[in-house]
Design a binder for this molecule. Structure first.
Ligand code: ADP
Length: 485
């Protein structure tokens, strides 16, 4: 199949979130499977430093954005990854905005990128069977295929799939940005891409892509409800039959405790001795030296997370007084909203013996926490898929998580009588429920045999990309059938 992955970011070139993992991993898996897959990305400043030998295809792009033509060119890695170069839009320090806010011309930037994707396909002579779009930044691609490119024979067999990675981010711009996209005002209606007086790029994709998916089956159902729909649940309900849930995978080479060179000691489900070494290293780093017995007695709860509203940090802060009577260590690594930086910093001071907080993005420490922690906390308000819990399971850090989205689909709640399960789930978004789940976890911790069995079950889970890639190929076929029907 001729596949275009059209994405605003992808590993190993440029990453701010899980979307980059999905886009990068899918291209890699598809090519291993013998599919003819290419990737198209914007050429951000960060790309220039991460790709050693960017080549010029010689293709020049001229794209109308509002009342003017914007010029760009198409670069590539010499193989199957293409970069839309337009220094005016993409040669910037960040991808979407600075800590003080989003770039003011994001509507123009991603209008340009979306049309550049289609123009690039045509110019390189790659007539796709499927264009797989990711999030609002590529939401206009299916819309353009149904409008400006509607009668273009080059795309007559091209179907589209739009993946929603997080409905909380929609690309909503003021109506004054609408003329940028060069389509008629008749589209600026509630049935079209108008959204409470604004223009919504994600909505453009949701109403025009042949099929839609999100990154877990539970989240695919949740977003049909107002609590999770961010105002688009009505639009999604109309397309419920076209909406699929496909779990993300994790990079099993990067995240493998058997081979992980960032760990003080490596380990496997058969031989967990190395995990105890990792725990000791983490413990001494954050809680100071202690005797072996007390390290063994004290569970470490890890968190590696963006510090945003979504991730349930308010619950963690509220639960701290209730956690104080227990002899536990909470080790948090995260970066994000200023208010959480502050509140967590204060908590680390108040609960000096129990809580340590590292603000920053630190790959090596993240590995150390997954390996050294006994439990991994994810009390998310909502979680489209979540990678943290999958990595934690693979490293034998038992997840304690909210029963929502991808967390529901990847963690089996512990059952004390059947002795089954890979984690501890709680449903109510309250500190009391979170504490209850933690207390259930501590009970298992107190029984080393039961804990070890649980760690082994957790580590045996399969979250490979191969499985996800196969599911995506199935959905691509369905999209093509729908298109040609
Ligand atoms: P989201 O994409 O919503 O941020 P996920 O759980 O899907 O959450 O993915 C988060 C990924 O980013 C995980 O691989 C996690 O280990 C990593 N990560 C998040 N915050 C940090 C951090 N501060 N330092 C290192 N890695 C982080």
């Amino acid at each position: 199949m001729r596949i275009v992955i059209a994405a605003p970011e992808a590993v190993p070139y440029v990453k701010t979130g899980g979307l980059a993992d999905v886009a990068g991993a899918l291209v890699k898996e598809f090519r291993k499977m013998g599919e003819d897959a290419i990737l198209i990305l914007p050429c951000y400043r960060a790309v220039r430093s991460s790709v050693a030998h960017l080549k010029d295809t010689g293709i020049r792009l001229q794209i109308p954005v509002g009342g003017r033509d914007v010029y760009g060119s198409l670069l590539w890695d010499g193989a199957h990854v293409f970069f839309v170069d337009c220094p005016e839009f993409f040669d910037r320090p960040e991808l979407y905005g600075t800590p003080t806010g989003d770039y003011g011309d994001n509507a123009a930037r991603f209008t340009f990128f979306s049309r550049a994707i289609l123009e690039s396909c045509r110019r390189i002579g790659f007539s796709p069977d499927i264009i797989h779009c990711h999030d609002w930044q590529t939401g206009l691609v299916p819309l353009y295929l149904k409008t400006i490119y509607g009668g273009d024979p080059f795309f007559s067999a091209t179907a589209t799939l739009l993946t929603i990675h997080n409905l909380g981010y929609q690309g909503v711009f003021p109506a004054s940005d609408f003329p940028n996209i060069n389509l008629g005002w008749e589209l600026f209606t509630p049935e079209g891409i108008e959204f409470y007086g604004n223009v919504n790029f994600l909505k453009a994709g949701l109403i025009t892509a042949d099929l839609l998916n999100t990154v877990s089956e539970t989240y695919a159902k949740e977003i049909l409800r107002p609590e999770f729909g961010f105002g688009l649940d009505g639009v999604l309900r109309k397309r419920a039959e076209d909406l699929y849930g496909i779990l993300n995978g994790i990079d099993e080479e990067e995240w493998n405790p058997r081979t992980d060179s960032l760990l003080p000691s490596r380990y496997s489900a058969d031989d967990l001795a190395g995990k105890a070494v990792c725990k000791k290293a983490l413990f001494t780093r954050f809680a100071g030296m202690d005797d072996e017995a007390s390290i063994e007695r004290t569970p470490i709860i890890g968190m590696v997370t963006r510090l945003s509203e979504q991730k349930g940090l308010d619950l963690v802060l509220q639960a701290l007084p209730g956690l104080a009577p227990f002899d536990v260590k909470l080790v948090i690594l995260g970066k994000g909203d200023e208010r959480f930086h502050r509140a967590l910093g204060e908590a680390a001071t108040r609960y000096r013996n129990a809580v340590s907080v590292t603000i920053g993005f630190d790959e090596a420490l993240a590995h150390g926490i997954y390996a050294g922690a006994d439990f991994f906390l994810m009390p998310s308000r909502y979680e489209p898929c979540g990678l943290g819990q999958m990595i934690a399971l693979r490293y034998g850090a038992i997840p304690v998580a909210r029963n929502t989205g991808g967390l529901t689909d990847t963690i089996e709640d512990f059952h004390p009588l059947a002795r089954t399960g890979t984690g501890f789930l709680f449903s109510d978004y309250t500190a009391a429920s979170l504490l209850d789940a933690l207390k259930r976890a501590f009970c298992v911790y107190a029984d080393p045999g039961m804990l070890t069995a649980m760690v082994r079950r957790a580590m045996a889970q399969d979250f490979s990309w191969k499985r996800s890639a196969r599911r995506y190929l199935d959905v691509y076929r369905l999209a093509r059938n729908k298109k040609t029907r």
